[in-house]
Ligand binder design. Structure first.
Ligand code: FO1
Length: 315
């Protein structure tokens, strides 16, 4: 019997592991709790980049090269946005735009974000609608740079994540409530998985919602295991700015820096085989009960499945 699994995930790295776990588990045994901190409004539309990256990846509709957006996308609306003086720094494709318009209409009609998004998941072929929002309340990541505070997407996409990050804040987190679906997924999970996503800006926003850490602690108290996968391999982030951000936060650019940031949360952390030296094992020991060596770079579907199986096999 395979365990029921809840995966805490950001965008691209989280989506690859979600894809592998979905292939490894019986239908309905996987719930994915998406990072809400990257969500924002543009053109009057509500955009949920991490939810949508998970959605397109699981539905096998995503562009594998970019990691986000749809495969075979066209960009006519984007070109027109530019011509008429509308923001075109955030690249919304023509077909992707339909999703944002439809989601925003659903929210304006009084729908709840989780329900609106899950209905779109069903329409795109994910019958069990496995992607849950950590919260339906607004929670927005902001970053303090030498030039002042920036919202997440203007920093990440607009400024290509170049400005140094001096501080990270999750606006709205204190007032946010976890969704009933997320609490239920954590309450019934036998395994809670922390995706190889940026710990500072993809996992921490989820953990900042009051009640989520407590729900994970309750799950562990009844015997569920929390297993993470390192987003750092060979001293570099697999994708994105996690390496620079760990360094700026005074943390090791290694799985140990990740474990220290998430100290006490995980029973086990999977690290790339060649990274697990005796020195790294010693640095990990204060923060995570067990470190496990495995190939964790997910270059293709077979690798996604292999990493998922390694996560499920940790005893
Ligand atoms: N990432 C980019 O680097 N540039 C973009 O123009 C961009 C557009 C975009 C549109 C829809 C969507 O769902 C995601 C998009 N992303 C883009 C990815 C996204 O902003 C980031 O990958 C995540 O927020 C970080 O996890």
């Amino acid at each position: 019997m395979s365990p029921r699994v809840a995966l805490l995930a950001g965008g691209v790295g989280g989506a690859k592991l979600a894809h592998g776990l979905r292939a490894a588990l019986p239908a309905g045994d996987l719930s994915i709790i998406a990072n809400p901190g990257d969500d924002f409004e543009l053109h009057g539309l509500t955009i949920c980049p991490d939810h949508d990256t998970l959605l397109y990846t699981l539905a096998d509709l995503g562009d594998r090269e970019r990691g986000w957006g749809l495969a075979g996308e066209t960009w006519n609306a984007l070109e027109q946005f530019g011509k008429i003086g509308a923001p075109d720094w955030f690249r919304l494709g023509d077909r992707d735009l339909a999703l944002h318009i439809h989601r925003t209409a659903g929210l304006r009609a009084g729908g709840r974000l989780t329900e609106v998004n899950r209905e779109i998941q069903r329409k795109l072929g994910l019958s069990e609608a496995p992607i849950l929002m950590a919260t339906d309340d607004p929670l927005r990541t902001r970053l303090r740079t030498p030039d002042g505070w920036m919202e997440f997407q203007p920093w990440f996409v607009g400024a290509q994540a170049k400005p140094e990050v001096l501080e990270v804040a999750f606006d709205g987190a204190e007032a946010a409530r976890p969704t009933a679906e997320t609490l239920d997924a954590l309450a019934t999970a036998e395994r809670i998985v922390i995706a190889p996503s940026n710990p500072l800006i993809s996992i921490s926003p989820i953990l900042a919602i009051p009640g989520i850490r407590e729900a994970i602690a309750s799950a562990r108290a009844r015997g569920a295991k929390v297993v993470g996968v390192s987003p750092i391999v060979g001293g570099k982030a697999l994708k994105g700015p996690a390496d620079r951000m760990l360094a700026a936060a005074g943390l090791d650019v290694s799985p140990a820096g990740v474990a220290k940031h998430l100290t006490g949360l995980m029973d086990a952390l999977l690290v790339e085989t060649s990274d697990l030296t005796p020195a790294l094992a010693a640095a990990l020991a204060p923060h995570v009960r067990k470190s496990v060596a495995a190939p964790i770079v997910m270059t293709d579907d077979a690798a996604r499945l292999a990493v998922a199986r390694a996560v499920l096999a940790v005893s």
